[in-house]
Ligand binder design. Structure first.
Ligand SMILES: [Zn+2]
Length: 422
């Protein structure tokens, strides 16, 4: 079925480039974008039109790193560094997800909040619990969120008796979980928590499973200096943190690595060579005192950079807040670098929070023909008066900085309208 959406269309096909079509037309056939036009082509003249008036139609967001079972502790424990924060807050909170009924309530509200804030694609960590991970996938599917979810693997340095598996249990449960994943829009991704959490034997098994089943892998990399020193002690044969994944076959195309704050030039080159994507999580990096990621340098070196909320190390779930946090982090980096590096512009950070993440799922550039539509409709009429008529670019910038979920009036995910307020 053909249908047409009309409104002010703004997308970011490439880093730093915006495509803007004022009062344009986006044509869909069965949820698949046929094209964006400033005048409606004759062939589509009889198709039904949903007219969003003066509202903005933007790309929806892709949150490429977050921990679903940390949602209950959002905004807490922010004065602790990573390793203390994990032991004091994160592990006890995640342990509660041994109860799938508890998980149901938390995950239903998380999935609803993601859609309300315009996040339609995710790469997400669950806890180590198989049943609750299925519950998470079900609730995302129900709300209209798409993407990848991983049952976490951790057989050492967790919280024994509370949140840790034996190696054989971890492998057995991972296979049981994978065999039970039958969701249309939410797929499994292998998720060793991070190198200190997984024995060499477990990593070997995970590498084998990834190869046998053709699965993508997500984990953490070079987030914090104490963590990096610890990894070095655990793997004295590896010169770099990334090699501790590579030696087990987990460092490959589409491996997703959160943070990479302290990755040096050699580690960044390894990412580029292998098609590994970095997930920059600016709020988390500041909150748990990890550092300020050199994002501009990574982009200049052609590293694939995406954005993540990293709740609950990050305190903000909405990706428009993560986008502005990425801009602020890069400005801090420029100050630290004595202005030898340029900071991220609004257009660039929006690209990282949209197209760069959507690419992970096979999408093209911006509102590309042939892609299933992922979009949000934004009513900015209640934002502060701009002191005169605003251009679409000015409205776009103001929306990215100031919008909240109340401004999002419709959400399209995988070609379906999954939320609307009108
Ligand atoms: Zn994380």
């Amino acid at each position: 079925m053909i249908r047409v959406l009309r409104g002010n269309l703004i997308s970011a096909p490439r880093l730093g480039k915006l495509d803007v079509v004022e009062r344009g037309y986006l044509v869909l056939e069965d949820g698949v974008i046929q094209g964006v036009f400033d005048k409606l082509p004759e062939t589509f003249a009889t198709a039904p039109v949903t007219d969003y008036g003066e509202q903005l139609i933007l790309q929806s967001f892709a949150d490429m790193h977050l921990h679903a079972p940390q949602y209950p502790m959002l905004g807490m424990g922010m004065d602790l560094p990573l390793l203390d924060w994990l032991n004091t807050y994160a592990f006890p909170t995640e342990a509660r997800f041994s109860d799938p009924d508890y998980a149901r309530g938390v995950y239903r509200s998380l999935a609803g909040e993601l859609i309300a804030n315009g996040t339609t694609r995710v790469c997400m960590f669950s806890s180590l619990h198989t049943e609750s991970t299925w519950v998470l996938m079900e609730e995302l599917e129900r709300a209209g969120v798409t993407g990848y979810v991983g049952k976490v693997n951790m057989d050492r340095n967790g919280a024994p008796g509370l949140l840790q598996e034996s190696r054989s249990e971890s492998v057995r449960e991972t296979i049981r979980w994978l065999d039970g994943c039958r969701f249309e829009h939410v797929k499994p991704i292998l998720t060793p928590r991070f190198t200190p959490s997984c024995s060499n034997e477990l990593m070997t098994e995970l590498g084998r499973i990834a190869a046998q089943r053709g699965l993508f892998v997500q984990s953490h990399l070079s987030e914090n200096r104490d963590e990096i020193a610890w990894v070095r002690r655990l793997h004295p044969d590896c010169g770099h943190y990334w090699e501790t994944y590579d030696k087990f076959g987990l460092w490959k195309d589409h491996t997703l690595m959160a943070h990479c704050v302290h990755s040096d030039e050699a580690e960044r080159a390894a990412m580029r060579r292998s098609g590994v994507a970095a997930v920059h999580c600016p709020n988390s990096n500041v909150n748990i005192c990890s550092g300020v990621c050199p994002v501009r340098q990574m982009l200049d070196e052609d590293v694939w950079v995406t954005l993540g909320s990293d709740i609950a190390g990050g305190d903000q779930l909405p990706m428009y807040r993560v986008i502005t946090a990425a801009i602020r982090a890069s400005k801090n980096r420029s100050i630290m670098d004595k202005w030898t590096t340029d900071f991220l512009t609004v257009e660039e950070a929006y690209y990282l929070g949209t197209t760069s993440g959507h690419r992970y799922f096979g999408a093209g550039e911006g509102f590309a023909a042939g892609d299933r539509l992922h979009a949000i409709v934004v009513d900015d009429s209640d934002l502060p008066p701009g002191g005169g008529p605003l251009s679409l670019i000015q409205r776009f910038e103001r929306v990215i900085y100031l919008m909240s979920s109340r401004n999002i009036t419709a959400v399209w995910s995988d070609g379906r309208c999954v939320a609307k307020k009108m």
